[in-house]
Structure formats: C-alpha cells, structure tokens
Design a protein around this ligand. Structure first.
Ligand code: PLP
Length: 415
C-alpha cells in the first residue's frame, strides 16, 4: 500500500503520537500514578450541574431534537448568539455571532487555524506560525499539513523568590520577518502555567497589528471561562486577534467543543473546514452550556467553583514539592493559571527524558519537558532540565507521585 506524505505523518512520524502511545502502554500497568496527561479535575459541582442539565434535556425532548439534526457548519446559532452577548456584556468585546465558530474541540480549531494561515500561501510565499515563547503547548507540534510550520523563540528567565521562576517574553529576540504569517501563544500556557502579563500581551498585540499579522491567543484555561487563573486578568479583543476558547476545562473534554472568536473572514475559513471535514461540529457541548452562557451562570461557576478548586490544588502541590525537595536546587514556574506545574532541575546530571524513564520504572508518569519546544532550533540545556506534572487529579495520588519524583531526583543528584 502507498500512502501520502501527509497521511504517513499520522501513521508513524509524529512525536506526539509516539508519546501518547508510550503513555497509553504505561497506563495499562496496574497501579501507575498518572501525572502526565491533560485531563481536567472531576469537580462534583460541575458534574452535577451538567448532569442536571442533561436530565432536563431528556425530559423536555431537547435531547431528541439535538441528536436528530446536523448543526450549521459554523456551529449552533443559539450558542453563538448567547456567547456573543456574554462576551459583549462581560468582556466588552465588540463581537457578533458572525465572529464565532464552534469546532470539535479547540485542538481541531488549531489544526484549522494553523493550516489556514501557515504553509504555502496564495501569494507564493511560505508562511510560518511564530511561537514567541517556548515552552509551548505540545499539541501544536505536527498539526501542519506542510512540514516546519513553526518558528519559536526562547524566553528570558526571571528567578523569583524560592522556589519560583517565570518566563518573560523576550521582545529583543522577537524579530518578525516576512516568513511569519501569524503569531500564537497559549495564555495561560500549557505546560508552564505562565500567564503573559497584560503589558507583554499589549505589546505583542501591537507588534502583530503593526505587521498586519493575526495574533492567535489560545485561551483554553483562561478568562472569562473556565477561569483557571491565579492572577487578575482581563483581555481585550481586537479584529486581528483570534481568540480560542474551549469547553473542555469546564469539565467537558468528552463533549469536544472548541470556540473560535475572530474576524468573520477567519470564521468563514473555519466554517468551510468544518463543513468539509465533519459537515458540522458536535452539538452536545453547545446544548449543555447554552443556558449557563445565556444567563451568565457560567461566569459564577467559573469564579466560585472552578477557580478556587484549582487554586487550592496548585497551592497544595507547590507545598508538597517544596517540603519534599527542600535541600535540592529546583525551581517551579510560578503557577499563574492552568493545572500543571513545570519543574526546572537546573544542572540535573541526567536528562529530563532519562528522569521520565526512571520515574516510569518507579510507577509515575510525568512528561519530559523537551517535548514542549515546537519550532525551537539550536541547543539549550534548559530544554532537557524540566518536567511537567498535572496536579488536577486525586490529591492522594498527586502527593504520592510528588514523593516519588522527589526521591528519584535526589537519587539522580546522589543525595
Ligand atoms: N490548548 C491548550 C493550551 C491545551 O492545553 C489543550 C488541551 O489540553 C487544548 C488547546 C485542546 O483542548 P480541546 O481540544 O479539548 O479544546
């Protein structure tokens, strides 16, 4: 059988697929402690909210209506209208339903956006997506139909009070040349929990505007929902900004619903891709959240239920790590949002991949940090000194995982 270059990338070559396979194999071993994946927490209040809404849909017959028709290719109109209203009212964004498209998860949205804006452009040039700060979300790597879709920059490292550090966007290193056709940043960032400051974002946005480039902001964890943010934040929307939201981190990853808020020209592209690739996006996430978005209840849930739930987990995980590694030189990226801790073992005698392997042998799955630098060229020891852990899971399991990580790190340093 012969396959296309594009097809074969999905079958064997992608680093992300290999990583997922490796994680899947490890998980089949009983008793494994999983701190590696991207699953959100199971929050009882959110589960009861969505279960009650589902029961109501079954009772009123809405569910039968929902499953018997395809939605519009740009996504459910009622949801887009309610969301535009919420974003206007609460965020001050001048958007209408024509500025909104739904996709089957925001991951699918990124596949659309990167391939709409990068690759072989209609003017004959080759367009690349600039990631101004790496480490950056691993899910971007390998989604380009054309290879080498990303160019990336290193951040500056700011050491803060023990045990924290923070990545800062290095504007001096951000030369934007003709090859760049869009800029993208996740905020809060997966894997680091970094939230670019308001000042950094304003400057980046002005730079994008002055170069007539779209700025894609991956807001899967941020404001106004799910609001997994530990710093105060508001964000403006402007026509060159492509804001990507998701219902996943509200507790609905299985409903596969992503949201793109952008200039109507971009929305037309996403609509066409939805139509050709899947006819229409999934309707379930829209139905489960419509009332909460229409009434604004979603903001209350985000602020009063989701945010404090993760804040407590973040504080607790930092405390456990600080206690377990009090005599080791290590840093944690200041957790400002999302639900990951990014640990930096400066000068670690073994690579982060070797640490991952040793931890796997000890029954703990983390992610080696070197995966999170899509598009970054050149050697940089820092790439091999970090790991990511997800602290959203059961506290007893997270604590047990952290203790084993600490023991393995001490062993690596001969302590
Ligand atoms: N963007 C970021 C930064 C993520 O961490 C994730 C998932 O973990 C996604 C996008 C994709 O989320 P989904 O496709 O579930 O909306």
């Amino acid at each position: 059988m012969r396959f296309s270059h594009f097809g074969s990338r999905f079958m064997q070559d992608s680093g992300v697929i290999q990583l997922m396979d490796d994680l899947g194999d490890a998980l089949r071993q009983p008793g494994m402690i999983m701190l590696g994946g991207g699953n959100p927490a199971r929050i009882p209040q959110m589960e009861s909210y969505f279960s009650a809404r589902m029961a109501q849909m079954l009772e009123t017959g809405e569910f039968a209506d929902l499953i018997s028709v395809y939605d519009a290719p740009e996504g459910n109109y009622a949801l887009r209208e309610a969301l535009a209203g919420l974003l206007q009212r609460e965020c001050g964004w001048p958007v209408t339903p024509e500025h909104i498209a739904l996709t089957n998860g925001s991951q699918t949205g990124f596949f659309y956006l990167f391939n709409l804006l990068g690759g072989n452009l209609t003017d004959g040039r080759r367009g690349r997506i600039l990631l101004p700060v790496t480490p950056e979300y691993i899910g971007y790597a390998d989604v380009g139909i054309e290879p080498d879709l990303f160019v990336a920059r290193r951040p500056q490292i700011e050491i803060q009070e023990r045990p924290f550090f923070k990545y800062r966007l290095d504007f001096d290193a951000l030369a934007i040349d003709d090859g760049v056709s869009a800029i993208c940043v996740s905020r809060p960032t997966n894997p680091t929990g970094n939230v670019l400051t308001g000042e950094e974002l304003t400057r980046l946005s002005a730079l994008a505007r002055s170069h007539e480039l779209p700025l894609i902001i991956d807001n899967a964890y941020g404001w106004p929902f799910p609001n997994i943010l530990y710093v105060d934040d508001v964000m403006p929307w402007e026509p060159h900004v492509i804001m990507c939201l998701s219902l996943s981190k509200l507790g609905l990853p299985g409903a596969r619903t992503g949201i793109i808020v952008a200039d109507p020209a971009i929305i037309r592209g996403a609509k066409g891709m939805n139509a050709l690739i899947s006819l229409a996006p999934n309707s379930l996430g829209a139905a489960l959240t419509l009332d909460a978005i229409r009434s604004g209840e979603i903001l209350r849930l985000a602020q009063e239920v989701i945010q404090p739930h993760y804040q407590a987990k973040a504080d607790q995980a930092v405390q456990w790590l600080s206690d377990a590694l009090d005599d080791v030189e290590f840093y944690i990226h200041r957790p400002e949002g999302a639900f990951f801790l990014w640990l930096w073992f400066k000068g670690l005698p073994i690579s982060s991949q070797e640490l991952y392997e040793r931890l796997k042998a000890q029954g703990v799955i983390v992610l080696s940090g070197h995966h999170f630098f899509p598009g970054l060229t050149g050697t940089w020891a820092h790439r091999h000194e970090c790991i990511r852990i997800n602290y959203a899971g059961d506290p007893a399991i997270v604590q047990a995982g952290i203790e084993r990580i600490a023991a393995e790190v001490r062993r690596a340093w001969g302590k």
